[in-house]
Each structure stands twice: as structure tokens, then as C-alpha cells.
Design a protein around this ligand. Structure first.
Ligand code: SF4
Length: 120
């Protein structure tokens, strides 16, 4: 008996996209949508706060400053992606930088002085 699909699923890990055409849907559609919209490095799924807030206005967002120049000039003066300190606390390692406009997660903590999305 061939057990290749089981081996592939084990190799892919718990979250590693083990879904094939032969498997059923892993999560509800809403959860899948949240999973798809969440960049790596977030403390929880994007949009789980349920309010119109973004990571930029969260205390856990660690700003890396603004772009001063860009090859095609589209990003000049915009806020760079930053890492999440809540992700770092939970995972015990620094995560990849997330875009500041990402929909906030349930670990959101209001920052009274959020960094500006653009510099003048
Ligand atoms: S909302 Fe805050 S806690 Fe959640 S991922 Fe963004 S920066 Fe991190």
C-alpha cells in the first residue's frame, strides 16, 4: 500500500499547506480568508480585532522608519514594514516584518502616538 500522501502531510507540518485535491477543506471559508490575509509575523489572524484598525496604530508594531528613496519612487516617504513585539513574545523569536496597513489582530493594543503612514 502506498502511503505517500501521509508522508507528505507529515513533512509539510501542522500549518504547512498539506492540502491536496484529495483532501477536504481544512478550515471554514472565513478562517481560510483570514489565514490568507495574514502575513507571516502577526501575533494572530488579520482582522480578528473586528474594528477598522491596522497594525500601524498598535503598540506592538515596531516601526522601522520611512523609506527615504526607492527605485521606482512609489514608496518614498511611506512607512516601512515593522515586526510585531507580541509575536516575538509568544514565539520567543523575532518575526518577519509586516506591512503597516494590515488589518489588526485580536492582540491589538492602542498606541496613543502611532507613527505616521507617510512623512510630509
Ligand atoms: S495588531 Fe498589533 S499585536 Fe496584532 S499583529 Fe499587528 S502589531 Fe502585532
Amino acid at each position: 500500500m502506498d502511503c505517500a500522501p501521509r508522508r507528505d502531510a507529515r513533512r509539510a507540518g501542522r500549518w504547512g499547506g498539506a492540502m491536496t485535491v484529495n483532501l477536504t477543506q481544512m478550515y471554514e471559508t472565513k478562517t481560510e480568508e483570514a489565514f490568507r490575509q495574514s502575513p507571516p509575523g502577526m501575533a494572530h489572524f488579520a482582522g480578528t480585532l473586528g474594528e477598522d484598525k491596522t497594525c500601524r496604530s498598535c503598540q506592538n508594531f515596531q516601526s522601522n522608519g520611512h523609506y527615504s528613496r526607492s527605485a521606482n519612487r512609489t514608496k518614498v516617504h511611506t512607512l516601512k514594514p515593522g515586526s510585531c513585539s507580541e509575536f516575538e513574545r509568544l514565539m520567543k523569536k523575532r518575526g518577519p516584518a509586516i506591512p503597516h496597513g494590515t488589518a489588526a489582530c485580536s492582540h491589538f493594543a492602542e498606541n496613543p502616538k502611532p507613527p505616521k503612514a507617510m512623512t510630509p
